[in-house]
Write a protein that binds this ligand. Structure first.
Ligand code: SF4
Ligand code: SF4
Length: 383
């Protein structure tokens, strides 16, 4: 380990073959080596091994990465690019180069759920009064949220921060569908409101560890911890590595994406009603497909009730990337254009996505995007 918090063996594992380049959304947009995984690894090596400065140019190369990790899946040498980028971002954060002041403030609010709900409602009001600039590309924020309550203790449903503030109906649908599968659902206790994924991606590792410890304490016992937001699930499955304690390893082993859990109990779900079936385009969130590798479970559950329309883009990122769409709006929009074209080519006017960032980013382009379990609940009824 050295200045960039990187394992030299991991950094050395790239053989510069370039096979990852066509899978990188920022390389696809720019055609620039510096915006490719191989170029970013070369820049990281220059700092780690050759003593180059962590300067503005290095920060720009790193910040333009969406952290989608499509390059990991494409890489024949199994380069753990996510670790490398998180270490580089952590070094930038320690030098005060990570994010703007408002980004740091916004990240701080994520761990204070009541404040987040209040600010979100104020944002929704400002939107209705046309006080928020259109260039932010935000979809309509909710003025009200449906009530959400627990129904038992068989499983936990992690509710999170932005997901609960902006997409509460997805949680309500998840509780109903889990109920149809025979599971009583417990909600997290105090502190179970921000998983720390965005903090990890931005390099604020200490904050991420603190939030992870709160989340683990909010869901004691042995019940499975189900997650309906792909980015949160990926982060919580990695708590063992992030926090580095046996308790964190044990907690991570309890975490599953909600579709993974339902897919293994499909026969307990009601059959599809007779009659015509809707056709739904499925957008794979990167942290479900490339990190958790659980994207097929969405098709297993959703495909019981609707016809799936596959996108012909090999799972290319949509450009949401957690806070990326707010921080790099031009690149995020350029990446999104490709995803919107791939969705349009399916001919479907309804899109399923299991991650709040992707739902909001794609909805910002005018698409009708819903969580897969909202679509399931709509078909079978929540009872
Ligand atoms: S994580 Fe995504 S955006 Fe970043 S280098 Fe890899 S493929 Fe490109
Ligand atoms: S990250 Fe993997 S695929 Fe990309 S250039 Fe390096 S070895 Fe090749």
């Amino acid at each position: 380990m050295s200045a960039l918090h990187l394992d030299d063996r991991e950094l050395a594992s790239c053989v510069a073959c370039g096979l990852c380049l066509p899978h990188c959304p920022t390389y696809r947009v720019t055609g620039e080596e510096s915006a490719s995984p191989r170029g970013r690894i070369a820049a990281i090596r220059a700092v780690q091994w050759e003593g180059h400065a962590v300067d503005d140019s290095f920060a720009t190369f790193m910040e333009l990465c969406v952290q989608c990790r499509a390059c990991e899946v494409a890489c024949p040498s199994s380069v753990p690019f996510g670790h490398l980028m998180e270490g580089a971002r952590q070094a930038l954060a320690e030098q005060g180069r990570a994010g703007t002041w408002w980004q740091r403030r916004a990240f701080a609010v994520l761990g204070h759920h009541r404040a987040l709900l209040g600010l979100s409602t104020l944002g929704a009001l400002a939107q209705r009064l046309h006080l928020l600039p259109k260039r932010l590309g935000l979809p309509q924020l909710p003025l009200r949220r449906p009530p959400l309550s627990g129904t038992g203790s068989d499983v936990y449903l992690f509710t999170g921060c932005a997901m609960d503030a902006w997409l509460r109906p997805a949680h309500v649908a998840a509780v109903k569908v889990l109920g149809l599968a025979g599971a009583g659902v417990a909600l997290p206790g105090p502190g179970g409101d921000c998983c720390g994924a965005l903090h990890t991606h931005a390099g604020f590792r200490d904050d991420a560890v603190r939030l992870a410890e709160r989340v683990m304490a909010s869901m004691p016992g042995n019940a499975p911890v189900l997650v309906d937001a792909a980015g949160c699930g990926a982060a919580m499955k990695d708590y063992g590595r992030l926090v580095g304690t046996p308790a964190a390893v044990a907690f991570s082993a309890r975490v599953a994406d909600v579709h993974e859990w339902l897919a293994s109990r499909l026969d307990q779900l009601p059959p599809a009603p007779s009659g015509p079936r809707r056709r739904v385009a499925v957008q794979d969130p990167c942290h479900l497909r490339h990190v958790q590798k659980a994207h097929q479970a969405v098709r297993t559950v959703l495909g019981r009730y609707v016809d799936i329309a596959e996108l012909d883009d090999d799972g290319l990122c949509c450009g949401a990337g957690g806070a990326y769409a707010a921080l790099q709006p031009q690149m995020a929009a350029a990446v999104r254009d490709r995803k919107v074209a791939a969705i349009a080519a399916t001919g479907s006017n309804l899109v399923a996505s299991a991650n709040p960032g992707c739902v909001l980013h794609l909805a910002g382009a005018g698409l009708d995007v819903r969580h897969p379990l909202e679509i399931v609940e709509e078909v079978v009824g929540g009872g």
